[in-house]
Ligand binder design. Structure first.
Ligand SMILES: Cc1cc2nc3c(=O)[nH]c(=O)nc-3n(C[C@H](O)[C@H](O)[C@H](O)COP(=O)(O)OP(=O)(O)OC[C@H]3O[C@@H](n4cnc5c(N)ncnc54)[C@H](O)[C@@H]3O)c2cc1C
Length: 406
């Protein structure tokens, strides 16, 4: 059985609320800045519902695609609030942490993929299981907050972080559904859907990230934090942690594919990194063209973000661009523009990396190589993301100083 498809309305309202162009993201950052300090620390967990998530930045869709970078956002909030922005800065580092952790354990993504295959077979064979899953996906569980959050996610592509935690906890511990199916339900719908943050947050709630430490949703707390909007009944009072083998030991993250300065280049823009034109390390690059794959823009938010990224790259390098329907077409475009290599943002574990073999093959046939640019932010943060979050948290002052942020 295939994944239950998002309803057509998904993400329709998301664009205004969750910026997916650089300009809109910078405007949002400006607007959010006054409250990024102690106000954020005090109020970030308040959950007021769709259209009223004013206590949080709603920058995740932009950060996820690097329409704005972590470094830029952290620099702005530090300049405005100094150490009073510590809570917000720490949250931004959760993104870096999850990315680095998954880079060091790509098997966790691969085994999630395998589990989904197995669970889809079960959904096809076990009617009771399929009915429980369907009721959850349709928001027909009778648990008021959960059913409401399904509606909100379908309509906007977003849920507040705190709501995501309650949702995932109810999915796993109250409804007794596998975390893997819940992670897919989110990834298919979130406007900020991210392989690392999503998969690992679901594992964290289920008690698989910090072994034995699960997150159990509590009815009274939900009523309090939502201003009395919900009073869920029948929530699990015990967290039965799924019986799974421990995560593998951390390995060294994959090194970026090499590229050469001075070689004519076509930029392949993906939703991994859509502000490469601002990277000082690429300042002297001889860019002959900018290309995107049409398939990368299948989701409306990605299409808008890619269009925005292309516009800025073309304005920066004054070169032609092409929307390509296949890796072969992209290779032919690069060859036609006289390029010797194609450069792209570092492909992290997840769908981005899964697209690589096909692109490498097509480029090789055209006599071209593929290179990746990994940001210094990731190079510095990821080595500290191999254990629990606190090992990275301790390094935050050094990491932001190394990024030139005061
Ligand atoms: C079950 C579950 C699934 C999630 N799936 C995703 C996902 O697919 N993509 C995604 O980007 N985030 C995911 N998150 C993390 C978090 O919920 C969102 O990043 C956050 O809600 C985005 O809203 P915001 O930009 O207003 O956050 P703010 O509170 O304004 O935080 C600022 C930034 O910090 C980062 N951040 C904040 N909290 C977290 C966190 N817990 N983990 C990682 N980064 C964080 C984000 O980049 C965010 O934009 C998930 C969390 C849970 C519990």
């Amino acid at each position: 059985m295939a994944s239950i498809a998002p309803r057509p309305a998904a993400q329709a309202q998301g664009f205004a609320e969750h910026p997916v162009t650089r300009e809109a993201a910078l405007l949002r950052l400006d607007a959010f800045l006054p409250q990024a300090g102690l106000v954020y620390a005090a109020r970030r967990n308040e959950e007021h519902g769709a259209g009223r998530h004013h206590a949080v930045s709603r920058l995740s869709a932009a950060l996820r695609r690097r329409l704005v970078s972590e470094a830029e956002v952290v620099a702005r909030v530090r300049a405005a609030h100094g150490e009073s922005a510590d809570k917000f800065v720490t949250e931004v580092f959760w993104r870096s942490y999850f990315k680095g952790w998954l880079e060091a354990r790509p098997q966790v993504w691969a085994s999630w993929r395998g589990d989904l295959h197995r669970l889809d077979l079960r959904l096809g064979e076990d009617d009771g299981f399929a009915a429980r899953h369907l009721a959850a996906c349709r928001g027909e569980t009778g648990i008021d907050c959960f059913d409401h959050w399904v509606e909100e996610l379908e309509a906007t592509g977003y849920l507040h972080n705190w709501a995501r935690m309650q949702f995932a906890s109810i999915w796993v511990f109250t409804l007794g559904l596998p975390w893997q199916l819940g992670a897919r339900f989110f990834l298919d719908r979130l406007i900020d859907g991210d392989a690392a943050s999503n998969t690992l947050s679901w594992r964290w709630v289920a008690g698989l990230h910090t072994r034995g430490k699960a997150y159990l949703a509590d009815a009274d707390r939900i009523a309090r934090m939502t201003g009395g909007r919900f009073s869920p009944r029948g929530l699990a009072t015990v967290a039965r942690i799924p019986d799974e083998p421990p995560a593998p030991a951390a390995a060294l993250p994959r090194a970026p594919l090499r590229w050469q300065a001075g070689v004519a280049t076509v930029l392949w823009l993906t939703t991994e990194d859509l502000s490469l034109e601002l990277e000082a390390a690429l300042g002297d690059l001889d860019v002959r063209g900018v290309a995107v794959l049409a398939s990368d823009g299948a989701v409306p938010a990605d299409k808008t973000a890619l269009g925005d990224g292309v516009q800025r790259a073309v304005a920066r390098w004054h070169c032609p661009f092409r929307v390509c329907s296949s890796a072969e077409e992209l290779a032919a475009f690069a060859h036609g523009e006289g390029a010797g290599q194609v450069l792209t943002g570092f492909a992290t574990v997840g769908p981005a990396l899964e697209a690589f073999p096909e692109m490498k093959r097509a480029l090789r046939h055209a006599g071209l190589t593929l290179g990746e640019h990994r940001r210094a932010w990731d190079d510095r943060a990821w080595p500290h993301a191999t254990k629990g979050f606190f090992a990275l948290k301790e390094k935050i002052p050094q990491l932001i100083a190394a990024a030139g942020i005061r």
